[in-house]
Design a binder for this molecule. Structure first.
Ligand code: ZN
Length: 151
C-alpha cells in the first residue's frame, strides 16, 4: 500500500474514534477514578476503572480535548478492557514506545492504537496521545496501593 493511502487509512480510523468514541461516559461501581490534564493543549481526561481480581473488567473515559487525545483514549479502552493489570502495563509500555518512534515488535496488542504511530513525528502532540494511557497507569498503581494497605 502506498504510504499516502496508508496515512489516509490511519487518519480515517482516528477520525472514526473521535466522532464515535468507544467506552465514553462514566461508570457506576468504578474502583478507580483518575483525572489527568495536559495543560499545553487543554486536554482533560477522567478515567473510570473497574478492577476486580487484577482484571480490568470495565473502563470508561470522559473529558474533552483535541482529536488525538480523544481518539487515543477511545483506542486505549478497547485495547485494555478485559486484560489483566499485568497485560495492561505491557500494553501501556508498548504504546509509549510506539509514540516515541521506537520499533515495537508486539505492537499488535495495541489494536487500533497502532494507528497513532505517526504522532512520533509531532513531538508536541505526544502528550495528547499518552494522556489516557498515563491515567490508566496511575489507576493501576493506585489499585495496587489499595491492595497493599488492605492486606
Ligand atoms: Zn491535545
Amino acid at each position: 500500500m502506498a504510504l499516502s493511502r496508508l496515512d489516509n487509512l490511519y487518519r480515517q480510523v482516528i477520525l472514526d474514534h473521535t466522532a464515535h468514541p468507544h467506552n465514553k461516559g462514566t461508570l457506576d461501581g468504578a474502583t478507580s477514578q483518575i483525572e489527568l490534564n495536559n495543560p499545553t493543549c487543554g486536554d482533560v481526561i477522567q478515567l473510570h476503572l473497574q478492577i476486580k481480581d487484577n482484571i480490568i473488567e470495565e473502563v470508561r473515559f470522559d473529558g474533552h480535548g483535541c482529536s488525538i487525545s480523544m481518539a487515543s483514549a477511545s483506542m486505549m479502552t478497547e485495547a485494555i478492557k478485559g486484560k489483566t493489570e499485568k497485560e495492561a502495563i505491557e500494553v501501556i509500555a508498548a504504546f509509549l514506545e510506539l509514540v516515541q518512534g521506537e520499533d515495537v515488535p508486539n505492537k499488535r496488542i495495541l489494536g487500533d492504537a497502532q494507528m497513532l504511530s505517526g504522532v512520533a513525528k509531532f513531538p508536541a502532540r505526544i502528550k495528547c496521545a499518552t494522556l489516557a494511557w498515563k491515567a490508566l497507569e496511575r489507576g493501576i498503581l493506585e489499585e495496587h496501593q489499595k491492595d497493599q494497605t488492605s492486606k
